[in-house]
Design a protein around this ligand. Structure first.
Ligand code: SAH
Ligand code: SF4
Length: 420
C-alpha cells in the first residue's frame, strides 16, 4: 500500500513510525486515500467527526466506519500521535499538566486550565467560564532563556502538525469526559518551544483548529507567543490571521534582554516592538507582552520606565508574571509588593498592565518543567557552573554592557536563515 502524503515533509516525521498523523493531513489527502480504497466520499466526514467530535484515539473507536476500513486506516495513518500521557493535577484541580510521550520517545507538555465564570458589576465586566489549553510547538527549544526550564533542555526537534493538534484533542477529550461535554474555549502556544521557528506547522495547526469542519475554534481565541522572531511576526501580519500575538519581552533594554532572551542578540528590542506594532496596525489586534518578573534583575523603576518609553501609545498590554523557580538559575521571583509597584508605574506611565498568576506551580511550575524534571536533575557542579555564568552575564547586563557572547549554538542557523 502506498504511504499517503502528509502535510509535512517525510524528513520531519519520526523515523520510528513513518505513518503520517491523521489529524494533520493536508486538505484533500484523506479524500484521495479513501477514493483509492474504493470508499464513498462521505467516509471522510465520518473520519473527521470521529477525530474532532469524539476525539478518537484509535480507528477501533470509529464505529461508523466498516471494520475492514478501520484496519487499513490504522495501517496507513497514526490516528493518535501521542503514545502515552501522564496527567498531574494542581490548583485544586483547576490546572491539569500533561506530559506526553511521542513515538520517538520525545517528551512534550500541555496544560489544561479551567477558569470558573466570574461575575462583574458592569455589563461585560465579568468573565464567562473558560477552558484554555496551553500547547507545545517543539520538543525543547533552541532560544535558551536562562529562567526557562525548556530552554535548559535544549532543542530536540520541531513537532509535526498532528503532534501539535493531538495535544488539543487529548485536552478536549479529557475536558468533555470530566465536564459532561464542555468544550475548550482557548488554545495558547505557550508550552515548549518557539512557535515562530516552526511556523509552517503551527499555521497548519491553526488552520485545522479554526476550520468549522474540524475543531471550529475562532482564530481570535488562539494565542501565539514568541520570544521575538521578527521575520515570523512579519509573516503573521502579512497572512492576516485573526490570532492574538503575545511577545515575551522580559526586558526593554538590550543589554539585559540579550541575557534573558538570547535571540535579542539577533533581533533587538526596538525591532521586535516595531514588528509587533506593525502587526497591531494591520490586524487591529492588541498585542500582549509577557514580562516574567525576576527579583533585582528586571524589576527596577528604570526597567518600568524603559518599558513605558518602548510601548507608550501602542495597541499593547503587558502581563507581569512572577518567575517560577527553576533549578538551574540563582534567581527568585520578584516579591508581590514589587510586582504591584511595577504594574502601577507602567499604568501611570500610560501602558496597560495586569499581574498574572503562573498556573500549575505545584504541578511542575512553568513551561517545560515536567519534562526537565523527567530528564533528571543535572549534576550539582553543572548547576553551579550554569548559575555562575548566568550571574556573570546578568551583572554585566545590569551595568548596561551589551553581550559580546556569540549566539547559542542552536540559534546560529536560525539567525543565518532569518527565521523560517
Ligand atoms: N517560546 C515562546 C512560547 C513558549 S514560553 C515564548 O517564549 O514566548 C511561554 C511563556 O512562559 C513565555 O512568556 C516564557 O517567558 C514563560 N516562562 C518560561 N519560563 C518561565 C518561568 N520560569 N517562570 C515564569 N514564566 C516562564
Ligand atoms: Fe524557548 Fe520560550 Fe523557554 Fe525562551 S521562554 S527558552 S523562547 S520556550
Amino acid at each position: 500500500m502506498p504511504v499517503p502524503a502528509a502535510t509535512e515533509p517525510a524528513s520531519s516525521r519520526t523515523a520510528v513510525d513513518p505513518r503520517p498523523g491523521l489529524s494533520g493531513l493536508a486538505d484533500g489527502v484523506l479524500e484521495a486515500w479513501l477514493a483509492d480504497q474504493g470508499q464513498p466520499s462521505y467516509r471522510a466526514r465520518q473520519v473527521r467527526d470521529a477525530l474532532w467530535g469524539r476525539y478518537a484515539s484509535s480507528a477501533a473507536e470509529m464505529q461508523t466506519l466498516p471494520s475492514p476500513i478501520r484496519g487499513t486506516l490504522e495501517a496507513a495513518f497514526r490516528v493518535d500521535t501521542i503514545v502515552a500521557d501522564e496527567v498531574t493535577l494542581a490548583d485544586g484541580g483547576l490546572t491539569e499538566k500533561a506530559l506526553h510521550r511521542l513515538a520517538d520517545g520525545a517528551l512534550i507538555e500541555s496544560v489544561l486550565m479551567h477558569y470558573p465564570a466570574r461575575g462583574g458589576r458592569t455589563p461585560g465586566g465579568g468573565h464567562r467560564e473558560r477552558h484554555t489549553v496551553c500547547i507545545s510547538s517543539q520538543a525543547g527549544c533552541a532560544v535558551g532563556c536562562p529562567f526557562c526550564a525548556t530552554g535548559e533542555l535544549g532543542f530536540s526537534r520541531d513537532l509535526e502538525t498532528s503532534e501539535i493538534l493531538d495535544q488539543v484533542r487529548h485536552a478536549a477529550r479529557r475536558l468533555a469526559a470530566e465536564s459532561g461535554g464542555r468544550r475548550l474555549t482557548n488554545v495558547v502556544f505557550m508550552g515548549m518551544g518557539e512557535p515562530l521557528l516552526n511556523l509552517d506547522r503551527v499555521l497548519e495547526a491553526v488552520a485545522a483548529l479554526s476550520d468549522p469542519d474540524r475543531f471550529g475554534l475562532g482564530a481570535r481565541h488562539v494565542v501565539i507567543s514568541t520570544s521575538g522572531v521578527v521575520p515570523g511576526i512579519r509573516r503573521l501580519a502579512a497572512l492576516l490571521p485573526q490570532l492574538t500575538l503575545a511577545v515575551s519581552l522580559h526586558a526593554a533594554r538590550d543589554p539585559l534582554r540579550d541575557v534573558l532572551v538570547p535571540l535579542n542578540r539577533r533581533w533587538p528590542v526596538a525591532e521586535v516592538a516595531a514588528a509587533a506594532r506593525e502587526y497591531a496596525r494591520v490586524t487591529g489586534r492588541r498585542v500582549s507582552y509577557e514580562y516574567v518578573m525576576i527579583s533585582g534583575v528586571n524589576d527596577t523603576e528604570a526597567d518600568a520606565d524603559a518599558l513605558c518609553r518602548l510601548l507608550r501609545g501602542d495597541l499593547a498590554h503587558v502581563n507581569l508574571i512572577p518567575m517560577n523557580a527553576v533549578a538551574h538559575t540563582p534567581w527568585q521571583a520578584s516579591p508581590p509588593e514589587r510586582v504591584r509597584e511595577f504594574a502601577a508605574r507602567l499604568t501611570a506611565g500610560g501602558v496597560g498592565a495586569t499581574v498574572r498568576r503562573n498556573r500549575g506551580q505545584d504541578a511542575g511550575a512553568a513551561c517545560g518543567q515536567l519534562a526537565a524534571d523527567r530528564a533528571g536533575e543535572p549534576p550539582p557542579p553543572a548547576v553551579e557552573r550554569r548559575r555562575e555564568l548566568i550571574l556573570r552575564q546578568s551583572e554585566a547586563a545590569l551595568r548596561g554592557d551589551r553581550s559580546h557572547e556569540a549566539l547559542p549554538d542552536g540559534l546560529v542557523s536560525v539567525a543565518a536563515g532569518e527565521g523560517r
